[in-house]
Design a protein around this ligand. Structure first.
Ligand code: FAD
Ligand code: FES
Length: 284
């Protein structure tokens, strides 16, 4: 039986920096010892709206980077897209404000023991966890290619950092305002062939993850993705984040993406279910 990430803790974390970066806010938080337990792919659940707020649900944010400073001190960084009420509140908080943060939560990307050729694909703010992952993979001797995609240039997060942290970076935008015009799925097949990619790691909108799963299946490449299913609690209690996933025994089960994910094997997710429970699902 899955359970909440064993390293998770609940802290009041002070904002040490909040700067605008394109369409996003890059926010650094002083989280103490929590930073030492973060693995690429983990996320945090943040209480929003302040004391007495009617916004009772926490909001989930992928951890962009964590820095363990030792002696129980550390920092995490987030990339926040202000769109709904809660994320806009988080983005508007000044340096010095304290946020109630639970983390690290969820599963992490699996890191190969041997050097492999990896392709990291991020859509919009979905690129957030990929930079930390790239650092870990490169430290293991892996070749790392990255594709960042978004609707428009302003929504490509940290293109310069992307360039520095990987062997080759490709950018796609749907309106052609920067990089190649089109979607990430337009360029991935060629990159897989040219660079003999062994594994794809991805994070972004569910439609994008489904498209990458189809490509990975056709090219017989492994694919780990961090899903972005709506989450109400983030800690395994409410069941709002369930997804149909096929287990090794062939049985489909509704899994909680906040504790059995967000990182999952793309080939196991029943993407076409579109928020319904597929026939034959265990317990249905
Ligand atoms: C694992 C994960 C990682 C994420 N990482 C990032 C990130 O790095 N940066 C970023 O900007 N955003 C990220 N998000 C999205 C972020 O959590 C959303 O912006 C947020 O949930 C929407 O909140 P809002 O305040 O913008 O909108 P609002 O409209 O104010 O909030 C909507 C609230 O309702 C909940 N909700 C909506 N639909 C459902 C449903 N069907 N069932 C249950 N609850 C529902 C949402 O979870 C949210 O709590 C991530 C989401 C997930 C799940
Ligand atoms: S978000 Fe509540 S169980 Fe996953």
């Amino acid at each position: 039986m899955s359970s909440i990430n064993r390293s998770a803790s609940n802290v009041y974390a002070e904002i040490t920096s909040n700067r605008k970066a394109g369409a996003y806010h890059h926010i650094a938080l002083s989280v103490g010892e929590m930073a030492a337990h973060v693995r690429p792919g983990n996320f945090v659940a943040i209480s929003v709206g302040g004391e007495g707020s009617s916004m009772v649900l926490r909001r989930a944010f992928a951890i962009y980077r964590s820095v363990d400073l030792g002696n129980g001190q550390g920092q995490i960084e987030l990339v926040v897209a202000p769109h709904g009420q809660g994320s806009t509140w988080v983005a508007s908080q000044p340096v010095g404000a304290k946020l109630n943060v639970i983390g690290p939560l969820g599963t992490a990307f699996g890191i190969p023991t041997e050097p492999v050729r990896a392709l990291l694909v991020g859509g919009g703010y979905g690129s957030a966890p990929l930079f930390g992952l790239s650092e870990v993979l490169k430290a293991r001797g892996c070749r790392v290619d990255m594709v960042l995609g978004a609707s428009t240039a302003m929504k490509i997060y940290a293109p310069l950092e992307g360039k520095r942290s990987v062997n080759a970076l490709t950018i796609t935008t749907e309106d052609g305002s920067t990089g190649i015009q089109g979607r990430v799925s337009d360029v991935i097949p060629d990159i897989i062939d040219t660079n003999n990619i062994d594994i794809i790691y991805s994070c972004g909108p569910m439609g994008m993850l489904q498209a990458i799963t189809d490509i990975a299946r056709a090219k017989e490449v492994m694919h780990q993705c961090a899903v972005e299913e709506s989450m109400a609690c983030g800690i395994g209690v409410c069941m709002t984040c369930v997804l149909p996933v096929r287990g090794e025994d062939g049985v489909i089960r509704m899994l909680r993406s906040c504790i059995d994910g967000p990182v999952m094997d793309g080939a196991d997710v029943i993407w076409e279910s579109k928020r319904t429970i597929p026939e034959g699902t265990w317990g249905a």
